[in-house]
Design a protein around this ligand. Structure first.
Ligand SMILES: Cc1cc2nc3c(=O)[nH]c(=O)nc-3n(C[C@H](O)[C@H](O)[C@H](O)COP(=O)(O)OP(=O)(O)OC[C@H]3O[C@@H](n4cnc5c(N)ncnc54)[C@H](O)[C@@H]3O)c2cc1C
Ligand code: FES
Length: 1294
């Protein structure tokens, strides 16, 4: 569906593959026989428009708008501070709205399920989940429907209220769109007839009877049957599969049957997975437990399969597409489910297990056959069925491995009569452990059987070691671990059946029988209110994001929402498929013949600069003679539509000659001595001498993976030539309009004054929209210049991830000398960062990693080095935290290493070595750590650290396969950009004669609420309500040479400039005000105009006096320090490596917050992004340097299930900051590092496992600490068996 063409731009395009939920819409259908209307959520990016005949589609625009009336869901999302960049807000609204249309009083489980299909959230834009995560929105929504009130907690000056429910409007039922009566009449009166839609290349046929379908299938055996299109769609979009004919069977009655039979349930193949879920849930409550074992196992998988939108697609599609990642096939096959198949003149039934009999998912089903329905049998007496899955993320993620298992015992015994085991995810199809099952028939369900079963399974399920050896050992471990879990479950069930004969599972092993459940997170936010403040003054108050309502209604405009310009062309880039190669030839002939193709743009079309030298090595627009990474832009196609441009881009043929060496990793760069210069070093004290005098020395290293920015709005540019004087308007999603202007002007060879850059808002950036955006904007501008037409470039998610790089992968090597009492005396560290193929800001990142590496610790003798490795990966870039999240993780790693060695706790080592009094950093900058200590102590207290640690130890004693871990980590986050000119800022304020104020400044709104805060500043300074002040856009036309919005500095520096401009204006107005003190604002403005007083002023801030001398290793690169501490508690499942974030308490010193709602949102969002960095986000490259993780399917960022169940953020009270506006502190980045408290809590849990098992005390963990790594670190008989050293018999109970 293309909302763009009908100017309904609220529905966003985040990934195109059903993975992010930004495009969620509500589909409503009417069933004339039951007279019921069904509403369900769907991903518009995959939903074929032809499938919507007779259906009503509601987009966010239909829910509510500022032009009519906003809907309570939209209002609550905005007012509960549920949006940051706002790009995913419409998708959020649609998910919740659809849920409420179906369930006016949803349970929290339903809430969680509805949100599981949303990516951004992240909160993502790492942000928006807050109101959901905190439960507040849910509570508000429930309050709306149930009349429940929200608690408001005030305690003195400390406030936990971020919004007022009194403002919420009640639901007006007349506001809900009704199902269109004409569609109802159509469904009732018009007999169903075959529908045929013919497109440019494809024909869509939707028959109404089974016979007709079978005829069609006989005539077009290769045509797929499309229901949800979630399997066929991605193949067509991303893998170039083409189907000229598509058959849509969803309207055929036989494929929608639900029949209860004596021996089970028969479900039509077109039934949605959600419907199956409901039917099974009902059946479980109706039938005796004995009969519902299969139903329970299938339901278990359905709970976490995809998100709600994915569960609204078909059962048949999941089964027949036979993906190895199907969560249903293993359990359905193991449970003896039967497929009812039909083809022209033939009907037959086959057990689903037959399809997988030969282990390759063969073609037992012919291409003329269709699946009519699936029979799911009742379980029998003595039969037990279970299903398991482990995925990179607990919800909405395809499984790494899953399983379905069933055992039937001889009557009244534990002798195996029948056994069935199927695995998914392990190889290219669902696979049956046939031999193992046959061998075990007749055995007792005991330890010997378990031992033999595991060995047989590992022999039978041979996993091919893929090129990168990917997860093979982990998958094998899961194969046996799942069986062990099944063994325990059955053992416990046997006990239930006959407690005298079967002892069941000992208490300490039972907790592993429970999977982690996602609960609606509970959160609390605490900040300091100022009761004596004037009620008109908005500074310090939790003001809603200026665009909050527009985000929630979908009215907020992003680059791709801009209406098309007359004659506009679309651009698609052609990128290198080689990591290091000479370009031998580029053949564009076939591409140029493509429909709608206008031109192809190469380096030869760049009028002036194609290579930008910000350091010794260039940043390149188009590769000219050689390519230096996969994903480098070689040329670009411009065409009359996005589709035509992409089709033609795929036809450009580039011939390469591979060059040596191809360097991908840090290790390879070190081997080839491939670095960007300069290398940096800092040193204090006498390190070598100190190593001579210490009691102990540890050495080690940690590898930290990169991170994808995953901003929700991909890189977007619209370049519009103005037709005269070489002027060009560039609408661009960037954090740095001035650099875009500079690069575009340089590439076109025109003065900067001809290029106007406009930024209304950015749908997330996190550091990824700086230089890279400049190159992309130049691509679009060169194309616009050559064609004299407007050119739109919107990167697809896959291209964005491939081309733009992300956070630098990092290796930290350390040597640490310390005394037995825990005092660290000497540290020598080396950091290597993988910069990729061009420098970008890598040297700066390396420098910052050194400057911030001490984190919260005073180390008397310290030496640290940093090198930026030049490799053939896409160039890495700035990313929230800028080197600190990596170098401080290395620091915290050696801190825990010292704890391991001394036998003291990590928190003791942290306390012993923490800055305690006025001190100097390792580059001789002074700091006062008072607030660091306060944050630490408050966090200790608020988290009840010691009592919870005792409880964790107790839990771990009582549970063998589940362990908890807890960790508390302090943080010092220096604020500053290193030099004065980078923090200068300007503002421009106009007052119009009606008294309204137009404010602009150089900062970019990318979700961090900067415009809201600037309006708060102007409101205080001018002493007028915020409603009188408007912010329109950031533009190089109004504020020239603005610095980038980076380094948490936007509010600090632009706030000063806004204040300056407002004070200038107020100074001019003062005589008029003094003359008429009782007058109104409008009176004064009118008078000022009549007296010819200028009502427009610029404001300026020169920047902070910061400097750093790298030769001497000394300086004042920072202006002030933020402090914080976080305590996190987790629980791990030692059998699978899965974990759950139980609780996090954060205390953060951010001075006097200008807007606590915005700032707390930043802390929470950054923290969750940190959880992603340290525990789950994994970038994978092929040995040839191709990024494999190019979308939400393969790259997992945190979702609702990853938010700590209890999440509390407190802002440190009574903290002042003399250096920044209104004593605030810049907070955008700092919270991210605190995500490592989860990393160390996981480490604590793993340590507990290893201690219990007598494994060696010191071990190293890398980041991200994924389930795979956790499982491997919790070594046991199963992991030993997998790596072939487990000769002894399995000991069932440890
Ligand atoms: C983002 C995302 C997340 C996902 N997560 C999961 C997950 O966690 N676990 C999981 O198991 N799956 C997951 N899936 C896969 C999803 O469940 C399947 O794609 C879906 O069930 C297929 O149903 P559909 O109606 O969309 O099939 P379609 O794409 O419409 O069709 C799929 C195939 O089935 C065939 N087919 C469909 N119906 C019939 C029929 N009646 N007779 C014969 N052939 C038929 C078609 O010819 C076609 O080849 C995910 C998919 C996406 C996009
Ligand atoms: S754009 Fe449709 S799910 Fe991401």
């Amino acid at each position: 569906m293309t909302a763009f063409s009908v100017r309904l731009t609220g529905t966003k395009y985040g990934c195109g593959g059903g993975g992010c939920g930004a495009c969620t819409v509500m589909i409503s259908t009417y069933e004339p026989t039951s007279k019921k209307i069904r509403h369900y959520s769907a991903n518009a990016c995959l939903l074929p428009i032809c499938s919507l005949y007779g259906a009503a589609v509601t987009t966010v625009e239909g829910v509510g708008s500022t032009k009519t009336r906003i809907h309570p869901v939209q209002e609550r999302l905005a007012k509960c501070h549920g949006s940051q960049c706002g790009f995913c807000s419409p998708g959020m609204v649609m998910s919740i709205y659809t849920l409420l249309r179906n369930n006016p009083e949803p349970t929290s489980e339903q809430m969680i399920a509805a949100l599981a299909g949303k990516y951004c959230h992240f909160l993502i834009c790492r942000c928006v989940l807050k109101p959901f995560s905190s439960g507040t929105l849910c509570l508000c929504v429930c309050a709306l429907y149930k009349g429940v009130g929200l608690s408001k907690v005030y305690s003195g000056q400390i406030s936990t209220r971020l919004f007022s429910t009194d403002e919420f409007q009640p639901l007006d039922p007349t506001q809900e769109l009704i199902f269109p009566p004409e569609l109802m009449r159509m469904a009732e009166n018009q007999p169903k007839r075959t529908l045929v839609f013919c497109g440019e290349r494809m024909t869509w046929i939707s028959p109404v009877s089974l016979d007709e379908l079978l005829d069609l299938k006989a005539a077009h055996p290769k045509a797929p049957l499309v229901v949800g299109n979630t399997s066929v769609g991605p193949e067509m979009k991303f893998r170039g599969v083409f189907h000229p004919i598509v058959i849509a069977p969803a309207r055929i009655l036989d494929l929608n049957v639900v029949t209860h039979m004596d021996d089970g349930l028969t479900l039509g193949a077109a039934c949605s997975l959600s419907l199956v879920k409901d039917i099974l849930t009902n059946a479980i409550s109706e039938f005796p437990e004995e009969k519902t074992k299969v139903f329970c196992a299938v339901l278990q998988q359905l709970r976490t399969l995809g998100g709600e939108q994915i569960r609204n697609v078909s059962l048949g599609g999941n089964i027949i597409s036979r993906k190895s990642t199907s969560d249903l096939n293993p359990v359905l096959a193991a449970s003896n489910c039967v497929l009812n198949l039909a083809s022209k003149g033939r009907k037959r039934q086959i057990p689903l297990s037959d399809i997988f009999a030969d282990g390759v998912g063969n073609n037992t089903i012919t291409s003329e056959e269709i699946l009519v329905s699936v029979h799911i049998p009742h379980s029998r007496k003595g039969e037990y069925v279970s299903a398991f899955r482990q995925a990179p993320r607990r919800e909405n993620a395809l499984p790494i491995t899953n399983a379905g298992m069933r055992v039937l015992f001889e009557d009244g015994t534990d002798i195996i009569k029948d056994l069935s085991i199927f695995y998914g995810g392990a190889i290219s199809t669902t696979i049956c452990a046939k031999q193992t099952c046959w061998t075990l028939i007749g055995r007792h369900w005991n330890e010997q059987m378990l031992d033999e079963a595991c060995r047989l399974l590992l022999q039978e399920i041979a996993l091919p070691g893929s090129a990168s050896g990917e997860k093979v050992d982990y998958k094998k471990t899961l194969i046996v671990s799942f069986f062990y879990r099944f063994f325990l479950e059955v053992l416990q069930s046997l006990k239930k059946m006959d407690p005298c004969h079967y002892p069941g599972v000992p208490m300490e092993y039972r907790s592993v029988l429970q999977d982690f459940q996602t609960k609606m997170p509970q959160s609390i936010q605490i900040y300091q209110a100022n009761p004596s403040q004037s009620p008109q003054d908005p500074v310090g108050r939790p003001i809603m994001h200026q665009s909050g309502i527009m985000h929630a209604t979908g009215e907020a405009v992003y680059v791709d929402d801009l209406p098309s310009v007359d004659g506009e062309l679309f651009l698609a880039v052609v990128t290198s498929s080689r990591a290091h190669a000479k370009i031998v030839s580029i053949d564009t002939s076939e591409a140029l013949q493509g429909p709608g193709v206008f031109d192809i743009i190469t380096a030869h079309d760049v009028p002036a600069t194609n290579e930008f030298y910000y350091s010794d090595d260039p940043e390149i627009i188009f590769a000219r003679n050689k390519v230096i990474c996969v994903g480098q832009i070689v040329c670009a196609v411009v065409a009359d539509s996005d589709v035509h441009a992409k089709q033609a881009a795929a036809k450009v043929k580039i011939e390469y000659e591979v060059l040596e060496p191809v360097i991908l990793t840090i290790e390879e760069a070190i081997k080839h001595n491939s670095f960007f210069e300069p290398k940096r070093k800092l040193e204090q004290g006498n390190v070598d001498q100190a190593f001579e005098t210490v009691d102990n020395i540890i050495e080690g290293e940690i590898h930290i993976g990169g991170q994808e920015h995953f901003y929700m709005e991909t890189q977007s540019v619209l370049a519009v030539p103005k037709g005269e004087d070489k002027e060009m308007d560039v609408y661009v999603s960037t954090q740095h309009p001035a650099i875009i202007q500079e690069m575009v002007a340089a590439s076109l060879g025109v003065p900067a004054n001809r290029i106007m850059c406009h930024v209304k808002r950015v749908g997330g950036a996190f550091g990824g929209k700086l230089l890279k955006t400049g190159l992309l904007a130049s691509v679009a501008a060169v194309a616009a210049n050559k064609t004299s037409r407007a050119v739109r470039l919107i990167l697809s998610r896959g291209d964005d991830m491939l081309i733009t790089g992300g956070r630098h992968p990092f290796i930290g090597k350390y040597k640490v000398g310390f005394m037995n009492d825990g005092r660290i005396r000497a540290v020598d560290t080396k950091y290597y960062i993988n910069a990729g193929c061009t420098p970008d800001e890598s040297i700066l990142v390396a420098e910052v990693s050194l400057l911030k590496m001490d984190n919260a610790y005073k180390i008397p003798n310290l030496r640290c080095w940093a090198c930026a490795c030049k490799t053939n990966l896409p160039s890495n870039a700035a990313f929230r935290g800028f080197g600190f999240p990596q170098s401080a993780l290395v620091t915290e790693t050696w801190i825990t290493g010292v704890a391991d060695k001394t036998g003291l706790s990590p928190e003791k080592i942290r306390e012993i070595n923490m800055y305690k009094e006025n001190a100097q950093t390792h580059f001789k900058q002074k700091l006062d750590p008072q607030n660091l200590i306060r944050c630490w102590n408050e966090c200790m207290e608020k988290s009840a650290y010691y009592s919870r640690k005792t409880a964790v130890i107790e839990f771990n004693k009582q549970n063998y396969w589940k362990k908890k871990g807890i960790a508390i980590v302090p943080m010092k986050f220096p604020f500053g950009l290193g030099t004065r000119y980078l923090s200068q800022a300007a503002a421009l304020v106009h007052i119009y004669t009606d008294g309204s104020v137009l404010l602009t400044h150089g900062g970019i709104e990318m979700g961090q609420g900067i415009h809201t805060k600037m309006i708060q500043v102007a409101s205080r300074e001018l002493n007028i309500p915020m409603s009188r002040i408007h912010f329109c856009e950031t533009s190089t036309r109004t504020v020239p040479n603005a610095c980038a919005s980076v380094g948490s500095a936007g509010t600090d520096v632009n706030g000063m400039a806004v204040k300056d401009a407002c004070q200038t204006l107020l100074k001019r107005l003062q005589p008029i005000i003094n003359k008429n003190p009782k007058g109104t604002w409008n009176d004064w403005i009118k008078e000022a105009f009549e007296q010819s007083v200028s009502l427009s002023a610029t404001g300026y801030f020169r920047g902070y006096d910061e400097n750093m001398d790298w030769e001497k290793g000394e300086g004042q690169p920072f202006t002030y320090f933020l402090y914080g501490a976080a305590c996190s508690e987790v629980e791990i499942n030692c059998l699978t490596g899965d974990h759950k974030n139980l609780r996090t308490d954060i205390v953060m010193d951010i001075g006097c917050s200008i807007n606590p709602a915005v700032d707390i949102g930043q802390i929470e969002g950054a923290f969750v992004q940190g959880i992603g960095l340290y525990t789950m986000e994994e970038l994978k490259y092929s040995p040839e340097g191709v990024l494999c993780t190019r979308g939400p399917d393969q790259y997992k960022i945190p979702a609702v299930c990853d938010i700590p169940e209890q999440f509390s953020v407190s802002l440190l009270s009574s903290s002042q900051n003399p250096y920044a506006i209104y004593a605030s502190k810049g907070i955008g980045e700092a919270g991210l590092f605190l995500g490592c408290s989860v990393f160390f809590a996981l480490r604590d849990a793993v340590t507990s496992v290893r201690n219990e098992r007598g494994l060696k005390n010191t071990f190293s963990l890398n980041s991200p600490l994924t389930a795979e790594q956790i499982r491997a670190s919790c070594a046991d008989d199963f992991t030993e068996m997998v790596i072939g050293i487990g000769e002894r018999c399995l000991s069932v109970f440890g």
